[in-house]
Design a protein around this ligand. Structure first.
Ligand code: ZN
Ligand code: ZN
Length: 73
């Protein structure tokens, strides 16, 4: 299944949802991702746009999501 990245419009087979803006982004648009030990989510994903926002970058460092969504396609 081919989907379109909500950030760059690239057609890709795999997108992940950014935990800070909620968009489904492709591999190229993901700045970083990591596993977290939380009850609500297992993984945190941050896109390049959100990485440039100090507030979100700080939350990412503290293992804190802005949007509690976990979705991999
Ligand atoms: Zn993209
Ligand atoms: Zn984002």
């Amino acid at each position: 299944m081919i989907v379109e990245c909500e950030r760059c419009g690239r057609k890709t087979a795999k997108v992940e949802v950014c935990n800070y803006c909620g968009r489904a982004v492709c591999f190229h648009c993901i700045k970083a991702s990591k596993k977290v030990k939380r009850r609500d989510i297992k993984r945190l994903v941050i896109c390049k746009d959100c990485w440039s926002k100090m507030e979100f970058r700080k939350m990412y460092r503290n293992n804190e999501p802005n949007i509690k969504i976990e979705f991999v396609l």
